[in-house]
Design a protein around this ligand. Structure first.
Ligand SMILES: O=c1ccn([C@H]2C[C@H](O)[C@@H](CO)O2)c(=O)[nH]1
Ligand SMILES: [Zn+2]
Length: 130
């Protein structure tokens, strides 16, 4: 699949980042199985720990609108280089994106695609609680 449109949406969302502490902007865009898009940015907080990453902002927007089946997430940052999701976001990706694809874009227009399983092998999931 051509993920250029999804990356472009992530780039647009990145401009909304609220980053007075790190000045590191991140944007994310998810594509649902129904073909809908949801976007998110990182939102920082003076307490630092209350910060929400762009990936979780986008995924939680989709889930809170009733869209739990997410096929793909594109992630871009202001570093110019590929930015990999943090551990907390990988756990959230594992919850809502089983068999999904994670697309990282850089400022040269290149992208890398990973499967959820690759970025979080041996994930703890709902199956483990049964
Ligand atoms: O994949 C990532 C990595 C970092 N951040 C945010 C959290 C914080 O606001 C800033 C610096 O860590 O970047 C994200 O949103 N996504
Ligand atoms: Zn994160």
């Amino acid at each position: 699949m051509d993920y250029r449109e999804l990356i472009k949406k992530a780039e647009e969302a990145r401009e909304k980042a609220y980053v007075p502490y790190s000045n590191f902007k991140v944007g994310a865009a998810v594509l649902t199985e129904k073909g809908e898009f949801f976007t998110g940015c990182n939102i920082e907080n003076a307490s630092y720990g209350a910060t929400n990453c762009a990936e979780r902002t986008a995924i939680f927007k989709a889930v809170s609108e009733g869209e739990k089946n997410i096929k793909a997430i594109a992630i871009v940052s202001s570093s110019g280089d590929f930015t990999y999701p943090c551990g907390i976001c990988r756990q959230v990706i594992a919850e809502f994106m089983r068999d999904g694809e994670i697309i990282l874009g850089n400022s040269k227009g290149e992208y890398r695609i990973y499967k959820t399983e690759e970025i979080l092998p041996f994930a703890f999931t709902g199956q483990d609680i049964k």
